[in-house]
Design a protein around this ligand. Structure first.
Ligand code: DLZ
Length: 161
């Protein structure tokens, strides 16, 4: 099965992000990748109507710190959704597995704890090329996908609430 292009989506199905507030937490580890994810997310939010002043971008050292960074964002700001962006590349030790498991569970827990969308924009790849392909390369940008997901989840909350 061909891998989906992460930047291709049905634009008609994306609600307006006007008036919505977003936090973006970006891991500095593998910044060549995560910086591109952040740029993609930021531009996609703006493209759909979010105001720049309603997008807070903060950095944390590595993907493991994304969880607490995202929690700070929820505790100390009034954002409607938090997008977490990181890139964990398989190395020679099991470190990869521990970080991926920790971040995945941590972000899952935050969704429930805060009753707010925390969007998982963490690339977990076998090598650098796979990450580049998904950070604005031939398979699009995971940051774009994360931004669209965040908008849709905030719109869902607004619709139901
Ligand atoms: C230590 C480490 C390693 C080996 N690999 C990555 C990685 O591929 N991607 C990433 O975002 N962070 C990595 N880190 C850093 C950890 O996420 C964390 O910052 C440190 O273990 C300190 O808690």
């Amino acid at each position: 099965m061909a891998t989906k292009n992460l930047s291709e989506y049905d634009i008609e199905k994306v609600p307006s992000a006007r008036g919505m507030k977003f936090g973006i937490v970006v891991a500095e580890w593998n910044y060549e990748i995560t910086g591109a994810l952040a740029e993609g997310a930021f531009e996609t939010l703006k493209k759909h109507g979010a105001d720049e002043k309603n997008i807070i971008v903060k950095h944390v050292p590595g993907s493991f710190e994304l969880i607490l960074g995202a929690q700070y964002m929820a505790e100390y700001t009034d954002v409607d959704a938090v997008i977490v962006l990181g890139c964990v590349i398989q190395g020679e030790t099991p470190h990869f597995d521990y970080i991926c498991a920790g971040v995945t569970q941590g972000i899952t827990d935050l969704n429930i704890k805060y009753n707010k969308p925390f969007i998982f924009g963490v690339l977990t790849t076998n090598n650098q090329q796979q990450a580049l392909d998904r950070a604005g390369g031939r398979l699009g940008n995971k940051g774009d996908e994360a931004a669209v997901t965040a908008i849709k989840m905030v719109a869902l909350r607004n619709d139901i609430n």
